[in-house]
Design a protein around this ligand. Structure first.
Ligand code: KG4
Ligand code: ZN
Length: 369
């Protein structure tokens, strides 16, 4: 199906990255990232061991102009070359969300462009499509600092949640356990580096929710157990062993739940090769950067007959190219939002599942919040 080509400016300010990007989507759906600029605020938040909302919002205000200008310059298009503006409208730290969304509204108003108020999670959901041909539908594991969920993605705006965390997100667990190991913020990459020298079989850690019939996640028991073990550790080698054991336990849980979700997804997408051209599994979000996690998920997908796609690292963590693409796909379907679109601190992708199961509160908690 052909649709009008789109060149969209994307803006992302929902957490601690100020990001802008320009993405072009051709009439047949071919995707080209013309620029993707990410200014991380990690250094500003590191002394506090996590993201401080007020500092984040202020930093977004200070840099959004320059970052957006840089993205347009690097893309080689001016405002005149754009067909739309897409800004993250939630979920996230609302002070930051408002900065990017207000900037996007101003550009849309001044240039007479359509605005798309993008759900940040929908951005992660399409992120694999930035660098590879991944057709809808696919099964998505979204694992980041604020989110941990399995979604059946039928198309843009059509996600069904199969499972979600009942306490912490996987990235949050990485960050909090890293903190108890005395590692710097953000903890995930630091823990992965320490784990490289460790023995993953050294410490037995609880296998949370193992054997449960659903696709939900839980990491709080692991966090408590790891904190107790960490207290008694003397040597660097032992800390590396604990880091490796924790990483392996998180990867195992992600793989086990994904395996269950793959079985459910395959059953609901019958026909040769899963209906349209094969069964597809996609992992996205910051935790998808972890090599042990990727390897476990890839093996699980292979065993279930699913193809496996993980976005390149730059598109795993927060970025604006994924927001621009979500916007471009919406515009191609004729969807846009009014200029009074609200910033939403909470905004589940699958509203029906979220209200039916309110214990699974999506949104940002913990170290990233
Ligand atoms: O997607 P993202 O940039 O932000 C959110 O939307 O939350 O994800 C950030 C999260 C953090 O919790 C960070 O520790 C985790 O992803 N992360 C990792 C790795 N790289 C980033 N966790 C484990 N191993 C990594 N290599
Ligand atoms: Zn994110």
């Amino acid at each position: 199906m052909t649709s009008s080509p789109q060149t969209v400016l994307g803006l992302e300010t929902s957490c601690d990255e100020t990001a802008a990007a320009v993405v072009r989507r051709g009439p047949e759906g071919a995707v080209e990232v013309l620029s993707s600029v990410v200014a991380s605020q990690v250094a500003a938040h590191a002394p506090f061991g996590g993201v401080v909302p007020e500092i984040a919002a202020r930093a977004h205000v200070e840099s959004i102009d320059a970052i957006a200008a840089q993205a347009l310059r690097e893309a080689g298009v001016g405002f005149k070359g754009l067909t739309g503006v897409a800004a993250t409208a939630g979920p996230g730290l609302v002070g930051g969300v408002m900065v990017g969304l207000a900037f996007g509204k101003a550009v849309a108003l001044a240039r007479g462009l359509p605005l798309v108020a993008v759900n940040h999670l929908e951005g992660h959901a399409v992120s694999a499509r930035l660098a590879a041909e991944v057709d809808y539908p696919f099964l998505l594991l979204l694992v980041s600092g604020g989110h941990c969920q399995l979604l059946s993605v039928e198309g843009i705006g059509a996600c069904r949640r199969l499972g979600s965390t009942i306490d912490d997100a996987a990235g949050e667990a990485f960050d909090k356990i890293a903190k108890t190991l005395g590692l710097p913020y953000p903890g995930g990459p630091a823990l992965e580096a320490l784990a490289e020298r460790g023995d993953a079989s050294r410490f037995a850690l609880p296998r949370m929710l193992l054997g449960r019939k659903d696709c939900d996640f839980s990491f709080s028991g692991l966090k408590t157990a790891a904190a107790r073990i960490a207290e008694g550790l003397a040597s660097e080698a032992e800390r590396a062993d604990l880091a490796a054991s924790v990483q392996s336990a998180i990867a195992a849980q992600l793989a086990e739940r994904s395996d269950r979700a793959m079985a459910a997804y395959a059953a609901s997408h019958p026909g040769p090769l899963g209906g349209k051209g094969g069964l597809r599994f996609v992992v996205a979000g910051g935790v998808a950067a972890n090599r042990t996690v990727r390897a476990r998920l890839q093996a699980t997908a292979q065993a279930r007959g699913f193809s496996f796609t993980a976005p390149p690292l730059a598109y795993c963590t927060d970025n604006a190219a994924m927001i621009a693409l979500a916007g471009a796909e919406r515009l191609a379907l004729g969807l846009s939002d009014p200029l009074d679109a609200a910033a939403r601190p909470r905004w589940p992708l699958d509203e029906a599942a979220a209200s039916a199961s309110p214990t699974h509160v999506p949104g940002r908690k913990g170290a990233k919040a």
